[in-house]
Design a protein around this ligand. Structure first.
Ligand SMILES: Nc1ncnc2c1ncn2[C@@H]1O[C@H](COP(=O)(O)OP(=O)(O)OP(=O)(O)O)[C@@H](O)[C@H]1O
Ligand SMILES: [Mg+2]
Length: 355
């Protein structure tokens, strides 16, 4: 049995379905990320696990004990809200001590624990400050120290890094991973940032309309999206239309007719031949035909410098828009409005049933 077992969890608000039957099993010590668009049910699931939302149906079992009807304070889970929710009138030290006082720890044990937690998150020098005297990242660390202070078995984090700038965010991502390693606590983390999910997680659960539509290791999800929605949402993919002709064994896509590659599963087309395909931006190169590649003609519609390279937007002969990412300096001959030849390896094209 898994450490945390969520079974058929449902929650509706009137006609709006926030959770449409969620099953999720989490192993002890795992770092699981809930990833999905706004309104897909991530916070509702997190708050249901924490006990602040009562599900309409389904159950939550922690280490063999059904906790579905327990009050939040009896579950003893650490929780870091999106806005940190620090007590503004309390010092850093007293913020971290608060959950321990509520749990009636002894004064001395509280003092020791608070010092240890502040050292863990690198805030021992700032213990006397008030939250308003701290930067966003420092406030974030206070929230983490407070959530970890009473050694919860499970730490629930709702977009804890979304308010931070990129470099602080990357620092905090490493910090969180370190805390996860050093404490051995099970983390359930919410984000709608794909890269953050890849960087942090053992496994990612992708949400769509109140359901988990795919769960797996970051590389699994990136390489084998299970649906057109996932392929589109996880970023970096171009979704394109294709049509399969069983008589000739060919696919028409990108304004071309090509032999169906070996990994193409003929079961993946509807009776009318429609197939959904995707190509990652980094798998499209500029240039004409070459052994092992198929080339196709496009018109350039935009060039954008993105730091690590350039993102080129193009339109194909059959009116699909594609984005390709190429190293900086490799796009000197690319002119907006002009024709261009691109190429792709057919074995890197993914195929899915159309939604
Ligand atoms: N108290 C409520 N009353 C009515 N509808 C609600 C309530 N709370 C959430 N919802 C609805 O339930 C759905 C799921 O909301 P939830 O907050 O779980 O989404 P989310 O995935 O966390 O989104 P975000 O990324 O924007 O935080 C949304 O459609 C939302 O409008
Ligand atoms: Mg939310």
């Amino acid at each position: 049995m898994a450490f945390l077992d969520i079974r058929r969890l449902r929650k509706s608000y009137g006609a709006a379905v926030a959770l449409g039957g969620v099953d999720l099993s989490v192993e002890e010590g795992e770092f699981i990320t809930l990833l999905g668009p706004s309104g897909s049910g991530k916070t509702t699931l997190l708050m249901s696990i924490a006990g602040f939302i009562k599900p309409d149906e389904g159950g939550i079992v922690l280490a063999g004990t059904d906790v579905t009807d327990l009050e939040p304070e009896d579950r003893n889970f650490g929780l870091v809200f999106q806005g940190y929710a620090l007590f503004p009138h309390l010092s850093v030290r007293d913020n971290v001590a608060f959950p321990l006082k509520v749990r009636k720890w002894e004064k001395r044990a509280i003092a020791e624990r608070v010092e240890a937690m502040l050292a863990l998150v690198g805030l021992d020098q700032l213990a006397a400050r008030k939250p308003r005297e701290l930067s966003g990242g420092q406030q974030q660390r206070v929230a983490l120290a407070r959530a970890l202070a009473y050694s919860p078995r499970l730490l629930l984090l709702d977009e804890p890094l979304s308010a931070l700038d990129r470099s602080l965010r990357e620092t905090m991502q490493r910090e969180l991973k370190r805390l996860h390693r050093e404490t051995g606590v099970t983390f359930i983390f919410v984000t709608h940032d794909q890269e953050e999910a890849y960087a942090m997680s053992d496994r990612i659960a992708v949400f769509q309309n109140g359901r988990i539509v795919q769960i797996g290791a970051p590389r699994d999800i990136y390489r084998n999206p299970a649906s057109r929605f996932v392929a589109g949402f996880i970023g970096g993919n171009n979704l394109i239309r294709a049509r399969f002709s069983p008589e000739t064994g060919t696919l028409s896509l990108l304004g071309r007719e090509i032999a169906a590659p070996q990994h193409f599963d003929v079961a993946l087309h509807h009776r009318d031949g429609d197939v959904s395909a995707w190509i990652r931006s980094e798998d499209i190169a500029i240039g004409g035909a070459e052994a092992g590649f198929e080339s196709f003609d496009v018109t350039v519609i935009d060039r954008a410098f993105i730091g690590t390279g350039e993102r080129i937007a193009v339109r194909t002969g059959d009116d699909e828009e594609l984005a390709l990412v190429i190293p900086d300096g490799a796009a000197d001959a690319v002119v907006v409005g002009a024709p261009l030849q691109c190429r792709v390896r057919p074995d890197l094209i993914g195929f899915l049933l159309p939604d």
